[in-house]
Unconditional design. Structure first.
Length: 736
């Protein structure tokens, strides 16, 4: 670890070229005579008497954006000229006084205040004394250099300091406490969490991971189904101009007192609540209706920047609209901006347990027809939440590291729509009794799907248990590349292993149906649905294969009841579009049934994600074994093809060609492209209009790169008939 990152040093090296100061190397002392200096109006002032400042803003010289503090604190990417520092790490400040400071006769201390009612006892009013030697884990300041009237201070902060916006003042007096003067600075100090500091609870010891989960301002968010995983680039933009201000505004708008901002568990829990607007006028309004005419379609967003800036500029008016990947993308932006390592995580076949049973329950009547009013549990095709990194001293050892946090409003937690932070380690082992909201996340990734049938007396009997129904291909962007990393193993043991079964049964004992695993079942016939390649494409007939396998030495007969429904990605079904009965004769081997959904049957029925659910059920005549299978799939959409044109150089105009081919045999109405590239061009809309069936449209974008290095130009398509169409191009921008 770099010694400047966290470890204090009593011998401070200081780069004088990176600050704004009156005294320059080699320049004459600005005090012409020891006893006099000129004031701003040219009048001579006697230097005897109290120690004070002539111009507080001028003489509280905070180091500039590219200065030593910004570099050592890894905050040089933030915009603005405020002093942005990380807690638990030494920072430096320079003051110019009206006469030389003398430790024999003078006293000086700094005050930092945050929140509406700063209090020393709450850690929101910090008094920083001058000391001869700096010690770790406390607020202290030491004079490390004195040149004439200038003093340079090296200042310590504890790794548990409250984060947020601080006002600064300097108080001077004599040793006897006489001639006291206090001077307020109009410039603020921003304190952030510090993943580089070993004593900070958000400390992350891998440099590559810190670069990815704190400093990377772009990422990938995954969607679709487990067999057809799609990826889109997302601009987190945590260093973009105005985003830090917006994040601090969110903290101020929450009901968390400033004293609570020293604990990342509290901060994450509040952010989880504030990113959704369900009950606290937070950042984003969730909308799963399909009608986004009075806002922006969730699928059209590709960046957190516009959302956060709009929320801040309207003084906290919620932005329309978000769904899970938007909530997650914005949460990643806010947490990284505040210094908490974070990533967006996608869980495929993600269960939504509504009754704390820790199972996903499906109810049928005596005729094996679903009982809709009881089937409140659902399985989303995919769900996106966040992992954030921190120690958990409030939990038993071994539960620190990645914590699951979810800002999408699904269920309330302590009366508020929020979820987490829940220890991923606790989720993996089934320790659902550990806070916060661990049972809900456990059910999302590792609950069994239990099928129930209604008896004549009105009770229900368990007829089937599907043990591998949820929690597949849990995905996040890989460290240092745009590849997908599968992190399922972090959330659960290998499916079917003894460890995984123990975790499931451990968790279930704390649920509302603790005896659900008491009845064993015989299983000699299995049903599985497979698709070729990446699966059906939008605009053509959808074809799947149903594999029915008889694992016994005897013939079996059954009738499969098949129905396919259009599905919101949350697991809510819009309606059935095809239903049939398939008689099956099974010898002791595998049988294959080809299943087809014609384009004409789904073309006018799809919703946002073009997702469908195929439900199969039946009963084996000879054994009365119940067969049940639910398979979700999506109709794949094409990508936008983005081709950079010309050399990418800062300050030099270049272009990019965006190409799109309509996969449908019908016209797309009112097509809009959204284009953005951090350091390339600001986000904006391009109205394309109507695009005919199977037609190709090409758009050329002209822009002037403003930042060097690897950049990403992202674009998305927004129209009623086709969603989740987007593209990305890598652009390496050279210095001029």
């Amino acid at each position: 670890m770099c010694p400047c990152c966290c470890k204090r040093q009593n011998s401070i090296s200081y780069d004088v070229t990176d600050k704004i100061e009156v005294v320059k190397p080699g320049a004459p002392d600005p005090t012409p005579e020891p006893e006099k200096r000129k004031s701003e109006n040219g009048e001579a002032k006697e230097m005897e008497g109290k120690l004070c400042y002539e111009d507080t803003d001028r003489y509280l010289n905070l180091i500039s954006k590219t200065g030593q503090n910004r570099r050592e604190h890894h905050t040089d990417l933030y915009h603005g000229d405020e002093l942005i520092i990380r807690r638990g790490q030494t920072f430096q400040m320079e003051l110019e006084l009206n006469r030389p400071f003398s430790a024999d006769t003078d006293k000086l201390h700094l005050d930092l205040k945050t929140g509406p009612l700063p209090m020393v006892s709450k850690g929101t009013h910090v008094i920083i004394p001058l000391v001869e030697h700096l010690e770790d884990e406390r607020w202290e300041a030491k004079i490390v250099k004195q040149t004439g009237n200038n003093i340079r201070l090296s200042i310590n902060s504890p790794a548990s300091a409250v984060i947020g916006l601080y006002g600064l003042s300097v108080t001077t007096s004599s040793l006897k406490g006489e001639a006291t003067a206090t001077h307020n600075s109009s410039k603020n100090i921003v304190m952030l969490f510090n993943p580089w500091c070993e004593e900070d609870t958000v400390f992350m010891d891998d440099e590559d991971e810190r670069n990815e989960y704190v400093l990377n301002d772009t990422g990938r968010i995954y969607y679709g189904t487990e067999k057809q995983i799609g990826a889109r680039t997302w601009n987190f933009g945590q260093f973009h101009e105005g985003i830090l201000d917006a994040c601090l505004f969110i903290l101020e708008k929450s009901d968390m007192p400033p004293s609570g901002r020293g604990d990342p568990v509290n901060v994450v829990r509040v952010i989880s609540a504030m990113i959704n607007a369900q009950d606290d006028f937070g950042v984003l309004i969730g909308n799963w209706s399909g009608d986004y005419s009075d806002g922006v379609s969730p699928a059209a967003w590709s960046s957190s920047v516009e959302i956060l800036k709009k929320y801040h500029s309207t003084n906290g008016t919620p932005v329309s609209y978000g769904q899970c990947w938007v909530f997650s993308g914005v949460t990643t932006s806010v947490l990284r901006c505040l210094g908490i390592p974070a990533r967006s995580v996608t869980n495929f076949q993600s269960a939504h347990d509504t009754d704390v049973s820790l199972t996903t329950d499906v109810y049928f009547d005596a005729n094996m027809e679903p009982i809709d009013y009881l089937n409140s549990d659902s399985v989303w095709n995919f769900h996106v939440w966040n992992d954030c990194w921190m120690a958990r001293p409030d939990l038993p050892p071994g539960n620190g590291g990645w914590q699951a946090v979810d800002s999408t409003p699904q269920e309330t937690s302590q009366g508020t729509f929020r979820c987490g932070p829940a220890s991923v380690s606790a989720i993996r082992s089934g320790q659902v009794y550990l806070k916060h909201d661990t049972p809900f996340v456990f059910a999302e990734v590792n609950s069994d799907k239990i099928y129930w049938q209604k008896n004549l007396d009105g009770t229900f009997s368990q007829i089937y248990s599907e043990k591998k129904a949820v929690g597949h291909n849990i995905s996040t962007k890989a460290v240092g590349s745009d590849e997908r990393a599968d992190i399922t193993h972090l959330y659960k043991h290998q499916e079917g292993s003894e460890e995984e079964r123990i975790a499931v049964e451990t968790a279930s004992r704390y649920g509302s149906k603790p005896d659900v695993y008491s009845v064993p079942m015989a299983e000699d016939v299995s049903v599985e649905v497979k698709m070729e390649g990446e699966g059906p494409r939008m605009g053509v007939d959808a074809k799947l294969s149903i594999l029915v396998k008889n694992q016994s030495p005897h013939p079996r007969q059954t009738t499969l009841h098949s129905q396919v429904a259009v599905m919101y990605y949350t697991g809510v079904l819009k309606g059935t579009i095809k239903k049939e009965e398939i008689p099956v004769e099974l010898l002791p081997n595998e049988g294959c049934i080809e299943w087809v959904l014609p384009y004409q049957q789904y073309q006018n029925q799809l919703v946002d994600q073009a997702a469908l659910m195929l439900t199969l059920s039946g009963r084996v005549s000879e054994t009365k074994q119940v067969l049940a299978n639910q398979t979700t799939f999506r109709l794949r959409t094409p990508d936008l093809i983005i081709t950079p044109l010309g050399e990418a150089v800062v300050g030099k105009e270049m272009a990019a060609k965006i190409t799109f081919t309509n996969p449908l045999p019908r016209m797309l109405k009112n097509v809009v492209f959204r284009v953005e590239g951090l350091g390339l061009q600001k986000g904006h809309q391009v109205f394309v209009g109507d695009v005919g069936g199977h037609s190709t449209v090409t758009l050329t974008e002209h822009f002037i790169p403003s930042q060097p290095g690897p950049r990403k130009l992202v674009a998305s398509l927004d129209c009623k008939q086709l969603t989740q169409v987007h593209g990305v191009a890598d652009v390496v921008v050279l210095e001029q």
